[in-house]
Write a protein that binds this ligand. Structure first.
Ligand code: PLP
Length: 509
């Protein structure tokens, strides 16, 4: 069988089908026994065929922890299609794959370079791996209020200042589709003797079109975590971890994945990875070409609509914003005198359009291989109607003046710059295991944070777990809270109190 013919098969899905059809009487898990005992509501949801094939480690169905049969073959096919040396199926999303990536690449106490605007899953991975983060500031486009990727200069400088670091964990593309120059960064990092780990949660589709940023594996990354479920056709939770061998051993990655994965992975999720790969092998290039065409047209038409703006290639090519995934359509709505929250609310309740996310100034829409002229047309009609119902305003305020993202539409201005990263007192793992107490914001200076607190925009933490509150950080938090910006990471969302590490006696002071 040629490599191409092999890609046209889904070996794991085929093995499940064969088991389901074999007529074997089940005296094994799952307890519903191939659907025999399933409640009608669940049967309707999953279907009879789905339940018959929702099986476990039976003969012929291989073992995700020690794959030697259909799972091994399915993973090999995924690796071949993505151009990696090995692929690992993940059933706990890219969060799980990132945790395994850090556990595979680092040893306890190792330093790792990390952009400050990473997804929360990375902070979890740092705790599990007992790693010591060295944060790098991402590039921020203040006009549209978005934090992008890392510049090659910032990476080079971090490698120079921290030669002891074992790896750089890069996020590329960002949620908003902005990719860093991964190829150049891989060279810099490798020259410094470090590994390049990439959180490519938003890039599972990149390998299938030349009109998209280069995929991280093709650009030379060592380990890459992708949410196959986000932009391709796998079911939610199903992700991939891809390995380029040389700097990190396959056996170590398998061990890390095994450590962090249930012994009863859901086969429907695993099969969805196998089938999503098959779907891309069959027609990935055509699907993505169509989606890119739709997105490009939509972006042009949005930009021809008074009051709306969607950034594109014209803002790329610079530091930290090297290339754009056109399928991420970020629409800046401040030209309509609206916040992103207000626009998203109107689109949802008056036009039945649900966006992926919104922030103070923008609403983000995802186009995928599943979109059509019809769906893109409906989105455009809704955006035009939104714009027509609002008088166009002057251009959005630039620089540090940002509008509130409060869902009730309150607007406020905050003109305070994000302070420099505060000093680190203890590593994330130690901060996680130490007890904490609430502390009034006004009294927090000098205390060690247990929480990682970020405001949107720009989504860069003002303080990370284990760092020391400075007076400047406290002032910034107070100003952002007063401005009503959306906050993440704080147990007390009013920000009247923050959780700080308790002293030895467990007291607040
Ligand atoms: C940049 C980034 N990394 C990682 C993740 C985690 O991915 P998953 O939801 O597949 O666990 C997300 C999820 O939104 C993300 O945006």
């Amino acid at each position: 069988m040629t490599a191409d013919e092999r890609q046209r098969r889904a070996p794991l899905a085929a093995a499940m089908r064969a088991y389901g059809e074999a007529g074997v009487l089940a005296f094994h898990t799952p307890g519903h026994k191939q659907g025999a005992g399933t409640h009608a509501l669940l049967r309707e949801l999953v279907t009879e065929a789905g339940l018959r094939e929702e099986v476990s480690l039976m003969e012929g169905l291989d073992d995700l922890h020690e794959p030697t049969g259909c799972i091994e073959e399915a993973q090999e096919l995924a690796a071949a299609l993505y151009g990696a040396d090995a692929a690992f199926f993940a059933v706990n999303g890219t969060t799980g794959a990132i945790h395994a990536m850090l556990a595979a690449a680092l040893s306890p106490g190792d330093a790792v370079l990390v952009p400050r605007n990473v997804h929360r899953s990375v902070f979890g991975g740092l705790v599990l791996a007992d790693a010591r983060p060295v944060y790098i500031e991402p590039i921020v486009d203040e006009e549209i209020g978005l934090a992008h990727g890392l510049s090659t200069e910032a990476v080079r400088e971090a490698c120079r200042l921290h030669p002891e670091a074992k790896a750089l964990l890069l996020v590329s593309p960002t949620y908003y589709g902005v990719a860093s120059d991964v190829r150049a960064i891989a060279e810099i990092v490798h020259e410094a003797g470090m590994a390049l780990l990439v959180d490519e949660a938003h890039g599972a589709h990149l390998a299938f079109s030349d009109d998209l940023p280069e995929s991280a594996i093709a650009a030379g990354a060592d380990l890459v975590a992708q949410s196959t479920h986000k932009l391709l056709g796998a079911m939610t939770q199903a992700s991939l971890l891809l390995l380029r061998e040389g700097r990190i051993e396959k056996e170590r990655v398998q061990r890390a994945m095994s450590l962090l994965t249930t012994t009863s992975p859901n086969y429907l999720l695993l099969a969805s990875l196998d089938i999503a790969r098959l779907q891309m092998a069959e027609a990935g290039a055509a699907h993505l070409a169509r989606a890119v065409g739709l997105a490009q047209k939509l972006r042009r038409e949005v930009n021809a609509t008074p009051g709306l703006f969607s950034f594109g290639e014209e803002r790329m090519g610079g530091a930290g914003a090297f290339a754009l995934d056109p399928l991420k359509l970020t629409v800046t709505v401040t030209g309509l005198g609206l916040t992103g929250a207000e626009a998203a609310h109107i689109l949802r309740h008056e036009h039945k359009i649900e966006a992926e996310l919104f922030d103070a100034q923008n609403v983000l829409f995802l186009l995928t291989y599943a979109d059509t002229e019809e769906s893109a047309g409906r989105l455009l009609a809704a955006l035009r109607s939104l714009a027509q119902s609002r008088p166009a305003q002057a251009a959005p305020p630039a620089a540090a003046a940002v509008a509130s993202a409060a869902p009730d539409g309150r607007k406020a201005q905050a003109a305070v710059r994000l302070p420099a990263a505060p000093p680190v007192a203890i590593p994330p793992r130690e901060a996680f295991y130490r007890s904490s107490v609430p502390c009034r914001l006004r009294e927090a200076a000098g205390r060690i944070a247990q929480e990682t607190i970020a405001f949107y925009p720009p989504g860069i933490p003002v303080i990370c777990t284990g760092e020391v509150f400075t007076a400047e950080v406290c002032r910034y938090i107070e100003a952002m809270a007063a401005a009503g910006l959306k906050v993440t990471g704080a147990a007390d969302a009013s920000l009247r109190t923050l959780r700080v590490i308790a002293d030895e006696a467990g007291n607040e002071k």
